[in-house]
Design a protein around this ligand. Structure first.
Ligand code: ZN
Length: 365
């Protein structure tokens, strides 16, 4: 079923949870990190969303601190998601297409592994497929993002407390894997769930959730609550751990909408991501020691918000969302932070610095 976007609707009045812990970012020890990545979400994608919402309060307006992040990779000033996820997850720049591995072949540990080693709980919640560049950077080590079986095996071996998204076929189809990796995971004590409903009804971690054969559908073909619901259930499962948790949440299809130069789909994906960011900020308000960091791995589409009329001496006669490319761009991306330790994310810095800041606050020494 195809949904049609109604551009004119006003957003319902935004209900913001009574601010408590989240309001005092400084000198608060970080216990939990929720790291939200809008894949391909440049500043103009956020702006497009704000314009669509008639400049009413969006999640991005709630950010307490903001920064700007340089996304270039080791071998390309325009990164791909594999290299940028590696930078964000490990603190190392690598070549495009590589995940968790440096150009010389060295594997570098990611934040999910480090959090696990420290006894923290870990979660990955995404809307594409689990082997995709971004989640792979947070779970796997491979020379090429297309090394599917290697990445799937790394995910199964890592056993995050929760990892949910799409991509079932890569774990079972002989075309992609020499072994049924869902059966392997189950044999090792992992709870496998095949629908969001099954996931929400399960509390037995570790959980592997594969909700579609390939990527989970884009928002235009479903409601926009999935990412928020899946994140909230993950947070509910993980906050039993007194030591804390690290959770990565990705609005994966923002990138795909921008690749397709489809403004309507881009706004649908932003709607879903906005809901998840709001929910994460609400969580930080009600759970002491929670840091929320929101950024993009890179910009996609070369998005711009332009006036319909080039004569800028006149009043507005409408605006348009346009695209400069069907690929990625090298534009800086915004970083929004909220809650414990959020003040550390101001300034202009490298994508690898985001890892360093999170590591210093959450993993410590
Ligand atoms: Zn992309």
């Amino acid at each position: 079923m195809m949904r049609k976007r109604i551009f004119l609707l006003l957003a319902a009045a935004m209900v913001v949870a009574a601010p408590t812990f989240g309001k005092n970012p400084k000198n608060q020890k970080v216990k939990n990190v929720i790291f939200l990545i809008g894949d391909g979400m440049g500043l103009a994608a956020v702006t497009s969303w704000m314009v669509d919402q008639h400049y009413d309060m969006t999640a991005f307006d709630r950010a307490q601190y903001t920064g700007l992040c340089k996304t270039y990779s080791k071998n390309n000033r325009v990164t791909d998601s594999a290299a940028s996820a590696t930078a964000l997850a490990t603190g190392y720049k690598t070549d495009n297409s590589m995940v968790g591995r440096l150009p010389d072949g060295t594997d570098v540990p990611n934040i999910t592994e480090m959090a696990k080693d420290k006894g923290l709980s870990t979660g990955i919640v995404i809307t594409s497929y689990l082997l995709d560049g971004t989640p792979a950077g947070f779970t796997a080590h491979a020379t090429n993002r297309g090394d599917r079986e290697d990445i799937a095996r790394d995910i199964v071996a890592l056993k995050p407390d929760v990892i949910v998204g799409g991509g079932r076929k890569y774990f079972v189809d002989p075309q992609y894997t020499s072994e049924n990796l869902i059966e392997k995971a189950k044999a090792e004590g992992v709870t496998y769930v095949s629908t969001p409903e099954e996931f929400y009804a399960t509390r037995q971690t570790p959980i592997l959730g594969l909700f579609s054969e390939d990527s989970y559908p884009m928002v235009i073909d479903r409601d926009s609550d999935f990412l928020t619901d899946a994140m909230n259930h993950t947070l509910d499962l993980l906050d039993d751990n007194k030591k804390g948790f690290f959770v990565m949440v990705e609005g994966s299809h923002i990138d795909h909408a921008a690749h397709a130069n489809n403004a309507e789909q881009l706004l649908f994906e932003m709607e879903e991501f906005d809901k998840a960011v709001n929910a994460a900020f609400d969580y930080a308000d009600t759970h002491k020691g929670t840091l929320v960091v929101v950024t993009a791995d890179h910009e996609t589409g070369g998005v711009v918000v332009v006036s319909n009329n080039k004569d800028f001496t006149k009043g507005e006669s409408g605006i348009d969302i346009k695209f400069a490319t069907g690929g990625h761009s090298g534009t800086l991306v915004p970083v929004y932070s909220y809650g414990a330790g959020a003040d550390k994310f101001t300034g202009v810095y490298e994508n690898t610095d985001i890892f360093q800041k999170i590591k210093a606050l959450l993993i410590r020494k």
